[in-house]
Structure formats: C-alpha cells, structure tokens
Design a protein around this ligand. Sequence first.
Ligand code: NAD
Ligand code: UFG
Length: 337
Amino acid sequence: MAILITGGCGYIGSHTCLELIKAGQDIVVLDNFYNSKPEPLHRVEELCNTKIKFYEADIRDEAALCRIFEENEIDTVIHFAGLKAVGESVEKPLLYFENNVGGTVTLCRVMNKYGVKRIVFSSSATVYGHNPVPYTEDMPVGDVTNPYGRTKYMVEEILRDLCTSDPEWSVVLLRYFNPIGSHESGRIGEDPNGIPNNLMPYVLQVAVGRRERLSVYGDDYPTPDGTGIRDYIHVVDLALGHVKAVAYARSHTGAEAINLGTGRGTSVLELVHAFEKVYGKPLPYVIAPRRAGDLPECYAATDKARDLLGWEATRNIDDMCRDAWKWQSENPMGYGE
Ligand code: NAD
Ligand code: UFG
C-alpha cells in the first residue's frame, strides 16, 4: 500500500518523502508547484536512489485526484499541500480558504469515494492563539488572528467532524512548531520565493549576501533578552514524526491533535548567536519594532507525541544551524530557476 503525499515538493514534504522512503514506505507524490519546483524531488530520488511516482496536480481538481486514486493502491494520505504566508492570507483570504479549506474538502471527498479514510494533516501551533505556554493539545484552540491560521483551525474542525460522522476515519492533526534546518546532506532545504517572512530563511539570506541585515522584530518582549521565543524544530525530526504518525494512523481510528515541537524555547538573539557559531563571524542585524500579530513566546508540550507516537525530537539548535547553513552555503540561490 502507498502513502499519497500532497505538497510533497515543498520544504517539509520533500524531507518527509526522503524519510518515508528510507523507512521502506511506498509513496506517491502530488504537487501543483505553486510554491515549489520539481528539483527537490529529483534530489530526494538521488539521495535514496529510487524513482518517485509523481503527479503534477492540484488538490482542488477532483478529476485529477480520482485518477491518482484509481492508478495507485493508496491507504493513507499525508496532506501538506497548502498556502502558508500569513501576510498574503490577509491580502487574499479567498485564495487561502479556497485552496486550504476547499482543497482539503475535495481531497477528503475523493478519499471517501475510494474508501481511503486515513489522513495526517499539517496543522500549526498558530491554532493555539493566546493560550499560556507550554501549549498542550487539550487547550481550547481557534483564537487566531489571520486567515492562514483560520484555515488550519477550520480544517482541523472539518476533519474532526468527518471522524464523528464515520468511525472508520483516522485523522492525525500534527501541530508543527517552527521547522528550520535541512537534511544533513545539504541537498534539500527551504527555498522561499521573494523576501523571506520567517527568521531562519532571512538569517541565511543575510549570511550569503542576498540581504543586507536582519531586522530583529522587537527587543522589549517580557522574555529574558526581550526578543521573541519560539520552539524551533529540525525539519528532519519533523519528517520522522510523520513516519510515526502514519504508523499511528494505520493502527487507530478517530481524531487526535499532536504537537510536533521540541518543548524548548529559543529567543531570536539566541538563534542568531547559535548561527554565528557555524557562520564563523557576526551576523549583521538591527533591532526593529515589533511585528504586528507576533506573540512573545510559543513552545510545545511534547508528552502526547512521546506517549502516542513514540517520537521526540533529538536535534538541537546547533544541529539546526549547522544543517541550515550547509544547505544555504552550498545552494546560495536555493534550487535556482
Ligand atoms: P511549502 O510551501 O514549502 O510546501 C507546500 C507545498 O504544497 C508546495 O510545494 C506547494 O506548491 C503545494 N501546494 C499548495 N497548494 C497546492 C494545491 N492546491 N495543490 C497541490 N499542491 C499545492 O510549505 P511547507 O513549509 O513545506 O509546509 C507544508 C505544510 O505545513 C503547509 O500546509 C503549511 O501550512 C504547514 N505548516 C508549515 C509551517 C512552517 O513553518 N513551514 C508551520 C506550520 C504548518
Ligand atoms: N523574526 C525577526 N525577524 C525576521 C523574521 C522573524 O525578528 O525577519 C522573529 C519574529 O518576530 C518571531 C521569530 O523571529 O519572534 C520567529 O518568526 P517566524 O516568522 O520565523 O515564525 P513565526 O513563529 O512568527 O511563524 C511561524 C510560521 C507561521 C505560523 C506560526 C505559528 O511561519 O506560519 O509560526 O505557528 F503561523
């Protein structure tokens, strides 16, 4: 039986494809290249010396999805496909609802039609909103401030309703904290379009000279050094969490939300200084005003992932910086044109 990976050419998807193949799983990948290119999948093929079955398709295209389910023996879907830029979601909310929510509904309708009732979904710590840290999965969620975050919350609710309506469904809602880093080979990594929104990609582009300096958004938060705290997680640890989540989904029914984080918070300046150790020189930065909508701190409770999935992150901030820098220094323009 094969696992269908939607959005498998993206940052987290490509790393997960590699770990699934290494774990002996059969995979089929779908992507519409809205935010990616074919190259990462070629590099995954090269890293594991295997040909990957790929469809250039959109999750909103029901006929294309039906063809994929007819042509393959799929038993589980890992659903990464989605748009993820918070700012863009504020400007284009309908695009985000149509793609992330509408696309997921279409995907589930087709899954139902072919009797495939197992899905691992890419949710986000953003659904926790203003809860106190550490975030535990039983906290009330949905207090989100932007359309992107709302799509994640809405899809979580839709998938829970699906489980309530049909007890054969198995749904794992993985709430990612802040994925950074790359595969240790330096062959695959994060390659954002345009000016990066997120901290690590921005740091990396400053380091290779594509940007002049980092703006640290706020040094007056109620944190030890005044800068924002996040739970950064190595993307390979995150990918390994998906291998465990598929095993869990195959042996359980019902819906479970599970955090994928390290449980440790790191401030912006701590991350910058950890990066400087592998970079070998100071990283140019200035202190700038707070960014609207940012929380002072965000980190996971990790007990549920350990208890249900038997998974915990093993890579630390220094590993994340080392591998991120290997990727960016060896691929200064990412995957290129
Ligand atoms: P990404 O943009 O690199 O990957 C997403 C992939 O989905 C891209 O390859 C894109 O082309 C594809 N895609 C988008 N819409 C599609 C559609 N309609 N049909 C087919 N393919 C489509 O993003 P990522 O960082 O790998 O994130 C993967 C998932 O995890 C997303 O759902 C994202 O919202 C979620 N997530 C990411 C983070 C993060 O910080 N990276 C945090 C929390 C949750
Ligand atoms: N930051 C800077 N300068 C930058 C970029 C970020 O100082 O140029 C700071 C932010 O203020 C924050 C920290 O670095 O304190 C992390 O910011 P990111 O943008 O990397 O990550 P966020 O936690 O803000 O956002 C991430 C995902 C979102 C998701 C959110 C909540 O990118 O998709 O986590 O889970 F919604």
